[in-house]
Design a binder for this molecule. Structure first.
Ligand code: PEP
Ligand code: MN
Length: 462
C-alpha cells in the first residue's frame, strides 16, 4: 500500500522515516544533569540496542497522540474527566492475557461509574504498556550485609537479589519495547472488539454492588442501571458503545529509551514520543535544568508532571514556562501527590499561582504516592482511608478555589491482591503473606479500585 492511500494520521508514521537524530535540540538533554538513570552507556550491547530501537515501528501513532491532546483540552476546560491507572511497575511475566484483561476491565468499570457521577465523558488511560522503570530513593540495597544496586524496574535490571540480576542491562529495553507492543495490542483488541460494551461493563458493576460489603453503593449502581435502561428504551445505539478510546501512558524515566523511540511526524515535522500517548515526569526528576524536563519539553505528546508536597507556586509556573510555553490546553497535566495530611494546606497556593498566571493545566490527583507507609513487619503499604482522604481533599480544594478537579491517577490491579490496608471489605495485614505481589508500590485491588470510583463519583455528582 502506498503511503498516499493511507488515512492522514497513519501516513505520517508510515512514510519513509526521516532521521530520528536530525531534529534540532533533541539531544540537548545529554548535556544536562540526569537523575535516576541507569549506568549502561559503556555496556557492549548499548549501541546495538539503541540502533535497533531507532528502527522499530512506533507503538503509537502521532495522530492518536494529537487526539489525546484534544481530549485533555476538554478536561482542562471542565468538559471531561481523566482516569489513569495501573501497576506501580509492570513486569514482563505479568503481561499475560488474564492480568491485562483484569486491569482493563477494572478501569472500564471505574470509568462507567465516573461517567455517571460526572455526567461527563471520561478519558481512559492505562498506566500500562511501558511502565517498566522506577525511580528509587537509594541507589543501593543492603540485605544481610550484602550491598547491590537497587531494583529499577525490569527495563533496567532484575528483581532477584543477585549481582547478575541487579546489573543494568540495556537489552532489557528491547524486551520492554516488545512487551509494551503485545500489551498494547491486547488493549486495542479488547477496547475495539466488544469487551468494552457498556452493557457488559455495567453488568460487572451490578455484581460489585450486590456484595453486602458494598451495600452503600447499591443505590448509585441502581441509578446507573436505570440510566442504561432509559437509554435502551430511547433506542440508544448500543453498538456505538461497544468500543471505547483507551490510551497508554508511563513515566518517561529512561531517556535513552524515550529518545530512541522519538519519531519526526512528517505532517508537522515535529518530534513525537512514540513509546506511549502520554508521558510524565516523576517527582524526583522534574528539576527545571535537568535532562527529563529538557527532552520532554521538545516532544509534542501531552506531558504530565508529578508535584509533591514541597512544590511552590513558583515551581509550577517555571514548569509551565518550560513545558507549555504556548499555554496550549491539553498539553500539560499536573499530577499532585501531596499526601492526605498535606493536600489541604499545600495544594491551594500552587493552584492560585497557576490560575493567576492564566495557564490552564489539567489537575489530577495521585492519592497513592504521598500516603505510603512502612509497617514494622517491613511491608510497604497504604491505608485506604488515607487514599480516600487525599481524594476528598483534592475535591474540597478545587471546589473552594472554583477550579476543576480533572482526574485521578491510581496504582491498581484487577487482581484480588492484599497490598493496601482497609476498604469496606477490609484488607488486613494478615493477608499480606499470601497475597502481597507487587515488586514496587502497593496497589489497590479490584474491589478497592471500584470503591474509589464510586466515592469519586459521589464527589463529582455532589
Ligand atoms: C510513581 O508514579 O510510581 C512514582 C514513583 O511517583 P512519584 O514520581 O510521584 O514519586
Ligand atoms: Mn509507585
Amino acid at each position: 500500500m502506498s503511503s498516499e492511500t493511507l488515512p492522514e494520521q497513519f501516513r505520517s508514521v508510515m512514510s519513509p522515516s526521516p532521521s530520528t537524530t536530525a531534529h534540532p535540540g533533541l539531544d540537548e538533554w545529554r548535556d544536562r544533569s540526569i537523575g535516576q538513570h541507569p549506568q549502561w552507556a559503556e555496556h557492549p550491547d548499548f549501541a546495538g540496542v539503541i540502533q535497533e530501537l531507532n528502527a522499530v515501528p512506533p507503538l503509537v501513532f502521532a495522530g492518536e497522540v494529537d487526539t489525546l491532546r484534544e481530549r485533555l483540552a476538554k478536561v482542562a476546560n471542565g468538559e471531561a474527566f481523566f482516569l489513569q491507572g495501573g501497576d506501580c511497575a509492570e513486569t514482563f511475566a505479568g503481561a499475560t492475557a488474564d492480568k491485562i484483561s483484569g486491569r482493563v476491565r477494572t478501569l472500564l468499570q471505574m470509568a462507567v461509574v465516573l461517567t455517571y457521577g460526572a455526567s461527563l465523558p471520561v478519558v481512559k488511560m492505562g498506566r500500562m504498556a511501558g511502565q517498566f522503570s522506577k525511580p528509587r530513593s537509594s541507589n543501593e540495597e543492603t540485605r544481610d550485609g550484602v550491598t547491590l544496586p537497587s531494583f529499577r524496574g525490569e527495563m533496567v535490571n532484575g528483581f532477584d537479589f543477585t549481582a547478575e540480576s541487579r546489573g543494568h542491562d540495556p537489552k532489557r529495553m528491547l524486551r520492554g519495547y516488545h512487551t509494551s507492543a503485545s500489551t498494547l495490542n491486547l488493549i486495542r483488541a479488547f477496547t475495539q472488539g466488544g469487551f468494552a460494551d457498556l452493557r457488559r461493563v455495567h453488568a460487572w458493576n451490578m455484581g460489585f454492588a450486590a456484595n453486602p460489603a458494598y451495600a452503600r453503593y447499591e443505590s448509585m449502581a441502581r441509578e446507573i442501571d436505570h440510566a442504561v435502561k432509559f437509554m435502551a428504551a430511547c433506542g440508544s445505539d448500543f453498538d456505538a458503545l461497544r468500543t471505547t478510546e483507551f490510551f497508554a501512558g508511563h513515566e518517561a524515566l529512561l531517556l535513552d529509551y524515550e529518545r530512541a523511540l522519538t519519531r519526526i511526524d512528517s505532517r508537522t515535522n515535529l518530534p513525537y514520543g512514540t513509546s506511549a500517548h502520554f508521558l510524565w515526569i516523576g517527582e524526583r526528576t522534574r528539576d527545571l535544568d535537568g535532562a527529563h524536563v529538557d527532552l520532554l519539553s521538545r516532544l509534542r505528546n501531552p506531558i504530565g508532571v508529578k508535584l509533591g508536597p514541597g512544590t511552590t507556586g513558583e515551581d509550577a509556573l517555571r514548569l509551565i514556562d518550560a513545558l507549555d510555553p504556548e499555554r496550549e490546553p491539553g498539553r500539560l497535566t499536573f499530577i499532585t501527590r501531596m499526601g492526605a495530611a498535606n493536600i489541604r494546606e499545600k495544594l491551594p497556593p500552587v493552584i492560585r499561582a497557576v490560575e493567576e498566571s492564566g495557564a490552564k493545566p489539567v489537575w489530577v490527583t495521585d492519592p497513592m504516592h504521598g500516603n505510603t507507609v512502612s509497617l514494622p513487619s517491613g511491608y510497604k503499604t497504604r491505608r485506604f482511608e488515607d487514599v480516600v482522604d487525599e481524594v476528598r481533599g483534592f475535591f474540597e480544594v478545587h471546589r473552594e478555589l472554583g477550579t476543576f478537579p480533572g482526574g485521578i491517577h491510581v496504582e491498581m490491579t484487577g487482581d484480588d491482591v492484599a497490598e493496601c490496608l482497609g476498604g469496606s471489605d477490609p484488607v488486613a495485614e494478615s493477608s499480606f503473606a499470601e497475597r502481597y505481589e507487587t515488586l514496587c508500590d502497593p496497589r489497590l485491588n479490584h474491589m478497592q479500585s471500584l470503591e474509589i470510583a464510586f466515592l469519586v463519583a459521589e464527589y463529582l455528582s455532589a
